[in-house]
Design a protein around this ligand. Structure first.
Ligand code: NAP
Length: 339
């Protein structure tokens, strides 16, 4: 860093105190499961992962529940196979502890279930490894604490899975501070994955400072606020019921319009730098203290190309001032719904 200028691609980051090294950007593979909106088929999913690998984004974030049948995990396996990339070059991060259930008839709607029992976590990891066609994960998160299961039991099972070599490092996601502390007392922790973006910064209160002082890397999800901060939505954008965004306050009514006003304030910042809005947003998110990596989702190779350019987007002090003013003008956006 010189004169307040920062290029994302100059930095490589060690994930907490683990031996894992991550680039600043990771591909979040949740939208590739085809469950967040229509139109993301298998071939789109595979080519989107391939585009990330080609762009040098070698951190792939997935989960047992990304797809009712692990569609995200199998797309990753197919893309890695097709690209011929060496397994050792890629950081595959998986999650266990959430699955989908349907009623006895098997008909929709499906229901998301949190289950942190050790035997369930183990069987999910084994299934994930089969779907991913690999013998180990690089990073394994508990997707969310299960209120019905003592956290020590879930954490203990992830520690055992790590000791057996099924993962190189362990993380936890969607936690409150006391849960983070409880988890870390049972299992060495490399990462904590939480929502974080320009307008949703709750973790700065407690989680981020705790992780910084305990050598745990924070991996940010939702950096683009589920696409809103990518700068491509218009005033009249609406979401069909098949698009999960229709139910979030962020995308409805006055809240949505104010979020779009916020994006308009980022546009001149991006223009002056010669970058896209999405790239400014990702570059800013990645440079926040304590953020080890930023996971963006994408539904096409084109989005991956656009977002990967964030690695060459140079923020300077004027850009940071413009962003800080825009954030202060907007104030925090509606919080997410907890699992
Ligand atoms: N631990 C957890 O509980 C948890 C929860 C959520 C997410 N995550 C992880 O974090 C990752 C990121 O979160 P996310 O995918 O939900 O949200 P996100 O990264 O904030 O937004 C991703 C969405 O934005 C749109 N988008 C991306 N790039 C774009 C571009 N250049 N131009 C226009 N639109 C663009 C795409 O949606 P459209 O094309 O449909 O508009 C894409 O699916 C996930 O994929 C997942 O790996 C973890």
């Amino acid at each position: 860093m010189t004169n307040g200028m920062h290029r994302m691609n100059e930095s490589t980051r060690e994930l907490g105190s683990s031996a894992l090294h991550l680039g600043p950007l990771g591909l979040g593979c949740w939208p590739l499961a085809g469950m967040t909106r229509e139109g993301v088929d298998r071939e789109t999913a595979v080519t989107t992962v391939e585009a990330a690998l080609e762009a040098g984004i070698l951190h792939l974030d997935t989960a047992y529940c990304y797809g009712e049948q692990g569609e995200s995990e199998t797309a990753i396996a197919a893309a890695m196979h097709r690209s011929g990339i060496s397994r050792n070059r890629v950081v595959i991060a998986g999650k266990c502890g959430i699955h989908w259930e349907r009623d006895a008839s098997g008909s929709p709607p499906r229901r998301q279930c949190v289950d942190g029992r050790p035997e369930r976590l183990r069987s999910e990891v084994e299934e994930s490894l089969r779907r991913l066609a690999t013998d180990r994960l690089d990073l394994l998160y508990l997707h969310a604490p299960d209120p019905q299961v003592p956290l020590a039991e879930s954490a203990g099972e992830l520690r055992r899975l790590r000791d057996e070599g099924k993962t190189r490092a362990v993380g936890v996601s969607n936690v409150k501070l006391h849960e983070l502390e409880a988890f870390a007392s049972e299992c060495p922790l490399a990462a904590c994955q939480m929502p974080f973006n320009m307008l949703q910064r709750d973790i700065e209160r407690d989680i981020l400072p705790w992780c910084r002082s305990h050598g745990v890397g924070v991996v940010a999800y939702w950096p683009l606020m589920k696409g809103l901060l990518a700068g491509r939505m218009g005033r009249s954008t609406t979401f069909p019921s098949s698009d999960s965004r229709h139910k979030y306050p962020l995308f409805n009514g006055d809240e949505f319009q104010r979020n779009l006003d916020f994006v308009e304030k980022l546009r001149p910042v991006a223009r002056r730098l010669g970058c896209e809005v999405a790239d400014v947003v990702l570059a800013w998110t990645a440079e926040q203290p304590g953020i080890a990596a930023v996971l963006f989702g994408a539904t096409s190779p084109e989005q991956v190309h656009e977002n990967a350019a964030a690695m060459d987007c140079t923020l300077d002090d004027e850009a940071r001032r413009g962003i800080t003013e825009a954030i202060a003008w907007r104030g925090p956006a509606a919080a997410r719904v907890r699992h």
